[in-house]
Each structure stands twice: as structure tokens, then as C-alpha cells.
Design a protein around this ligand. Structure first.
Ligand code: HEC
Length: 507
């Protein structure tokens, strides 16, 4: 398994970038809103001052000021008392709109901030609104009270523009009654304009601070995340390396083991082949020794003294024992070499055949073989299984207790590997220490003298059972004797069982 590529790093950096950008955008938005509030407060203040001054003027029905070049008589003011002379000096009436205009001009000269009086239905054409003012005035006609916007003009200047309405009051009607205005109606408005830079200058340091803070925050978060991921990656790499080493080791051991098993199997096969060849080749000379010993016995027995005849007897006997051993060895080899074609086999029949082969031994020992329940049908090779039961029952008779009649009980019970066949006896038993050994070739429980046999019967049984995929072992029997157990596979479901191999009690 591999640690995901650097996508994790890139992904988390991108995620943090998105998050920080979102926060920055939000905070800058808050600052912009704050700037707007500042701008609105300023504009409202100026508007309120101008409006109040105008109202003060209107309540006086206009105020007189000396006529000068800057303030000539207002051509738009229709009033019989517009121009008066006092002590030879000329005075003219300054109506609120005229006053507002003059104040506005003064403010323009100072720069930075300006305001303007306007109306959708101006008495004086010069008071016509510009498009933005017209928009605001239309808004007021429809119930709006003020408008604040940040606008960029044609020359690229960045401004805040504010406008609020002027309502008709009683005092206004002195001069505006002939235009059919009612008290409370919108007469026009005053727009206030100033450089956005003025307000932004107050906000910008905060904006810069916010940007820097976010930058630092991002670097810290990204750094911490990268450090964490690097740490994680290092740990992971260590783990992966350890795992790889372990796997390599396991693979190496497995290889060694397989090699050893192969070697063992090969040497085993070689040994068996050798044993087979040797046994086979030994048969002929042995037969010769046996035959000639008999010949000598027949023809020259009279010429021999008692010792000679006894020696000849030993010789014949030895040759016979050796022949038995060679036969058993060949049988053992064959058990390992013959191909197995498993067929359904009724163990009842197998046991019958085995007992038939053991007739002599049964008579000689006076033993008794019983069956506990019916024996099952298993998958296997008939002749080989006959051999197994024959060897086991034969052994049970052979190793009977001298003071008891031999009694052998054959039974079967289900086992995880199919069936477990049990051959129980009341014989001399097998001591714990010998339970492995007795299944090896030529390993006998008892010395030659007492009981005849080559010690290969159990080896053959073991080989056959193992070739069938089963296992063989020996247990204690209660109260005395031993139980030889072995497992055999069941017949696979759906296999046709020939009539000859069906259970006697099944149908
Ligand atoms: C003494 C007379 C007088 C009074 C009082 C007066 N106005 Fe006017 N107003 C005028 C004249 C004359 C104009 C024409 C243009 C100018 O002078 O710029 C005018 C212009 C205006 C304008 C500019 C648009 C336009 O029509 O040219 C507005 C807005 C306005 N007056 C609002 C008011 C309001 C609101 C009041 C009451 C608070 C008021 N005026 C009181 C005489 C008066």
C-alpha cells in the first residue's frame, strides 16, 4: 500500500487558501461597509448643515446682502422687493437656493468636498440634475429618503455620492406657491460628493493589516499542515519499509522452506525408487538361496550331522524372513507409487475382504472382530483400503494380551475431514513414547523373538491413508488396549454409488 501522492499537500494548501481567501473577502467586505458608514455619516452631516442654513434663510423669506460682483441680483427671483437702496447702498434679496449656490461655489474652491442643489422641475435651468441626481430624485418621488453610492466618473475619479431630499415646508410656499407645491412634497434635493480616497485613507491601514494577518495566518496554517503531513509521511514510510522488509523475509523463508520440501520430496522419491529397485533385484538371488538351501536339505540332509541340519534350518528360515521383508518393502513402495483413482467404496465390503484375508490369523488367535454400527461409504481405492484394515486388524490380533481373548471393534464416526474409522482392541496397548515411531518403516514395538512380523504393516497403512488425504494415529482404549484411528474423505455429493458398493443396511 502506498501513501497518497503529494495531492494531500496540494489539496490541504488549496483548502487553506480557499478558507483564508474567504475570510479575507469577508473581512474586507466588513471594512468596505465600515467605510461606507463613515462616508454616509460625513455626507449626512454636511447635508444637515446646508439644509438647516437654508431653512433659517427660508423662514426669513430670504435675506438681504449688499450687491457685489460675486452676488448680483438673482434674475430668477420674482419679488418686487428684491432690490433695495439704503443710504445710497444697493442691497438684493438672497433666496435659499441662491445662498446654497454661493456656499457651494465657496466650498468648491476649497476642494475635496462639494454639494449641489437640484430638482426634477427646476425654476432655474442651471439647477437641472445630472443623471445620477436624476436617479436619486426619482427614487425620492417614489418614497426613498436618501441614496449613497460609490461611483467612478468619466475621468476615473473615485467618489462617494450622497443625496437626500428637500421637502416643501410652509416657509417655502412664500416663493414656490405658484408652482402648485403642497407642504410635505419633494421639492428637490441636495447632492454631496467627495473623494472616496478621503474615507479609504482611514480604512486602508486596517485593510493592509487584515491582508497581512491573513497572509501570516495562511503561512502558519500551511506550514503546520505541511509539517504534520511530512511527519505522517515519514511515519508511513517507516511502516511501509518495515512491512516490505518483513514481506521480503517471509518470501525468503517461504522460498527456503519450499526448497527444503522439494529437496525432501525428491530424496524421498529417490529413496523409494532405490528401495523398490533393490528389493526387486534382491528377490532373484534370495529365491536362489532359498531354492538351493531346500535342494541341499532334500538331497544331502542324510550326509549332514545334527549341527549342519540345524544351520541349514536357520538359513532357510532367514531366507524366508528376508523374502517377507522384501515383499513388505515392495508393498510399501507400491503404496507410495500407485496412482489413486478414488471411487465410492463401502467399508463394510472392505472389512469383509480384510477379514477373509485374515482367516488363518483369526483361527490361530481365537480373536473376535465386531462392528459397532454400520460402516460408511468413502472415496478411495478398494484394494488399498482392504490392506489398511487388514493390517490394523491383523496387528490387533498379533499384539493381543496373553491373558485375554482378542476382541477388535471397528466403528466409524463423522470427522471434519470426512470420516474417522476406529479399530479398537483390548491388546497390550502402545506406550505414549512409541506412538509416532510405530508408523515408521521397520520400527517394531517388540523384538523379533516374541512376535513375528517385519514392522512395516503400519507404515503401509499410514502411507495409504495419507495418499487418500487422511491422517492416522493411535489412542488409548479404555480400560485396556489401543485404538487405531484414521480419516478418509467422503464421497463427493452427486457421485453415483455402484450397487456393489452400497450400504448393506441402506436400502
Ligand atoms: C424667497 C423666496 C424663496 C423661498 C422662501 C424659497 N425658495 Fe426655493 N427658490 C426660489 C427661487 C427664486 C428659485 C430659483 C432658482 C435659484 O434661485 O437658483 C428657487 C429654487 C429652489 C430650488 C432649486 C430648483 C429650482 O427650482 O431651480 C429648490 C430645490 C428650492 N428652491 C427649494 C426650496 C425649499 C424646499 C424651500 C423652503 C425651505 C424654498 N425653496 C424656499 C425662491 C425661494
Amino acid at each position: 500500500m502506498r501513501f497518497p501522492g503529494y495531492a494531500l499537500e496540494l489539496g490541504s494548501l488549496a483548502a487553506w487558501a480557499c478558507l483564508v481567501a474567504l475570510s479575507l473577502w469577508h473581512n474586507l467586505g466588513l471594512l468596505d461597509a465600515q467605510a461606507r458608514e463613515v462616508a454616509a455619516a460625513r455626507a449626512r452631516m454636511l447635508f444637515s448643515v446646508v439644509e438647516t442654513t437654508r431653512l433659517w434663510n427660508a423662514r426669513h423669506g430670504g435675506l438681504y446682502a449688499p450687491v457685489t460682483a460675486e452676488s448680483p441680483p438673482n434674475e430668477w427671483l420674482i419679488d418686487p422687493l428684491r432690490d433695495v437702496d439704503i443710504d445710497g447702498r444697493s442691497f438684493t434679496k438672497i433666496n435659499p437656493a441662491y445662498m446654497t449656490r454661493q456656499m457651494s461655489e465657496l466650498m468648491d474652491k476649497r476642494g475635496g468636498m462639494s454639494f449641489r442643489l437640484t430638482s426634477l422641475k427646476p425654476v432655474r435651468p442651471g439647477n437641472l440634475p445630472d443623471p445620477w441626481e436624476a436617479k436619486a430624485l426619482t427614487l425620492f418621488e417614489n418614497g426613498g429618503t436618501e441614496l449613497l453610492e460609490r461611483v467612478t466618473d468619466d475621468t476615473g475619479g473615485d467618489h462617494y455620492r450622497y443625496m437626500a431630499r428637500l421637502l416643501v415646508e410652509e416657509a417655502c410656499l412664500q416663493c414656490h406657491a405658484n408652482q402648485n407645491y403642497q407642504v410635505g412634497e419633494v421639492r428637490g434635493g441636495i447632492s454631496v460628493t467627495f473623494d472616496a480616497a478621503q474615507v479609504l485613507a482611514e480604512i486602508n491601514p486596517q485593510k493592509q493589516q487584515t491582508i497581512v494577518l491573513h497572509g501570516v495566518g495562511y503561512v502558519l496554517l500551511a506550514g503546520a499542515t505541511l509539517a504534520f503531513l511530512t511527519w505522517l509521511r515519514a511515519g508511513w514510510r517507516q511502516l511501509a519499509q518495515a512491512k516490505a522488509e518483513q514481506e521480503a523475509m517471509v518470501a525468503e523463508r517461504t522460498q527456503e522452506l519450499r526448497q527444503a520440501v522439494d529437496d525432501l520430496a525428491r530424496s524421498n522419491t529417490e529413496l523409494e525408487n532405490f528401495a523398490y529397485a533393490v528389493s526387486h533385484d534382491l528377490q532373484e538371488p534370495l529365491r536362489m538361496i532359498g531354492s538351493y538351501a531346500q535342494l541341499i536339505d532334500r538331497r544331502y540332509a542324510d550326509h549332514l550331522d545334527a549341527d549342519g541340519r540345524e544351520f541349514l534350518g536357520f538359513m532357510t528360515d532367514g531366507a524366508q524372513r528376508m523374502k517377507q521383508m522384501i515383499d513388505d518393502l515392495l508393498a510399501y513402495s507400491r503404496a507410495g507409487r500407485t496412482e489413486i483413482h478414488p471411487q465410492p467404496v463401502a467399508l463394510e465390503r472392505v472389512l469383509e475382504s480384510a477379514l477373509a484375508n485374515l482367516t488363518a490369523a483369526l483361527q490361530e488367535s481365537g480373536g473376535q472382530v465386531l462392528r459397532d454400527g454400520t460402516l460408511p461409504v468413502v472415496a478411495g481405492e478398494v484394494s488399498m483400503l482392504v490392506r489398511v484394515l487388514q493390517n490394523l486388524v491383523g496387528n490387533a490380533l498379533k499384539y493381543r494380551h496373553p491373558e485375554r481373548q482378542a476382541q477388535v471393534v471397528v466403528s466409524a464416526r463423522p470427522h471434519v475431514q470426512g470420516w474417522e474409522i476406529r479399530v479398537a482392541d483390548n491388546g497390550i496397548g502402545v506406550p505414549e513414547a512409541a506412538r509416532e515411531r510405530i508408523f515408521q518403516v521397520f520400527q517394531r514395538l517388540h523384538s523379533n523373538a516374541k512376535i513375528s512380523g517385519t514392522g512395516i504393516g503400519l507404515s503401509i497403512a499410514k502411507k495409504i491413508v495419507e495418499r487418500h488425504g487422511g491422517r492416522i494415529w493411535v489412542e488409548d482404549n479404555r480400560p485396556q488396549g489401543s485404538v487405531f484411528c484414521f480419516t478418509l474423505p467422503t464421497v463427493p455429493a452427486g457421485t453415483d454409488v455402484p450397487a456393489s458398493q452400497q450400504q448393506s443396511g441402506a436400502n
